[in-house]
Design a protein around this ligand. Structure first.
Ligand code: COA
Length: 156
C-alpha cells in the first residue's frame, strides 16, 4: 500500500463531504471543516493512487487537540490507511507543540477503538447518551480517550 498524506486545501471540501456523508451525516457540513485551519485546527487527507480515500480532522486549543473525525472510505479500509492518517496527524501536532490528543468514540465502534488502542490511546471516561438519537435509534454513549504526545523541540 502506497498511501501519501497531505494537508487539505479548500478545493477538497466536496470530496471530504462525500467520504463523510454516510458516516457522520450530522457533522458533515462544509463549515465544520472549513473552519479547521491553523491555529484553530487541521484537516489532512490520505491519497491512494491519486484518489482521496480518507481524512482526519482535529481542532486545537493551546497545547491540546481533539480528533473531530477520522473516516476512510469503505473500499479502502483494512489496509492501514487510518493508521497512516493518525500517525501523520500526531507527528504534525507534536511538531507544532501539542502535547495531548483527545477523542470521543461510539461505544459500539470496535473498529475505531481497536485503532486507537493500538496507537497508544487510553480510555479516560464514559459519557452516557452523548450521540443523539437518529433514525429512531437510541442515543449512544461515548468512550473518552486520549494520548500524550511527545513534543519535538527544535534541534532535537
Ligand atoms: C475506523 C476506521 C477509520 C479504520 O480505518 P482503516 O483504514 O480500515 O484502519 P486500518 O486499516 O488503518 O487499521 C488500523 C487498526 O485499526 C483496527 N481496526 C481497523 N478495522 C477494524 C475492524 N473492522 N475491527 C477491529 N479492529 C479494526 C485494528 O487495530 C487495525 O490494526 P491491524 O490491522 O494491525 O489489526 C474505518 O473503519 C472507518 O472509516 N470507519 C467509519 C468512520 C469511523 O468509525 N471513524 C472513527 C470516528 S471516532
Amino acid at each position: 500500500m502506497n498511501v501519501t498524506i497531505r494537508e487539505a486545501v479548500p478545493e477538497d471540501i466536496d470530496r471530504i463531504l462525500s467520504i463523510d456523508r454516510d458516516y457522520s451525516p450530522v457533522f458533515s457540513q462544509a463549515a465544520n471543516y472549513q473552519r479547521l485551519t491553523p491555529p484553530v485546527g487541521t484537516v489532512i487527507l490520505a491519497v491512494l493512487a491519486q484518489h482521496i480515500c480518507g481524512f482526519a480532522a482535529c481542532s486545537r486549543v493551546l497545547d491540546e487537540a481533539t480528533l473531530l473525525n477520522l473516516v476512510v472510505e469503505p473500499r479502502a479500509r483494512g489496509q492501514g490507511v487510518a493508521r497512516e492518517l493518525l500517525d501523520a496527524l500526531m507527528d504534525r501536532l507534536m511538531a507544532s507543540g501539542v502535547s495531548r490528543l483527545m477523542l470521543e468514540v461510539r461505544e459500539s465502534n470496535t473498529a475505531a477503538q481497536g485503532l486507537y488502542v493500538s496507537t497508544g490511546f487510553q480510555r479516560d471516561g464514559h459519557r452516557a447518551n452523548y450521540y443523539p438519537n437518529q433514525n429512531g435509534a437510541a442515543a449512544e454513549a461515548a468512550l473518552l480517550m486520549s494520548r500524550q504526545l511527545e513534543i519535538q523541540h527544535a534541534g532535537t
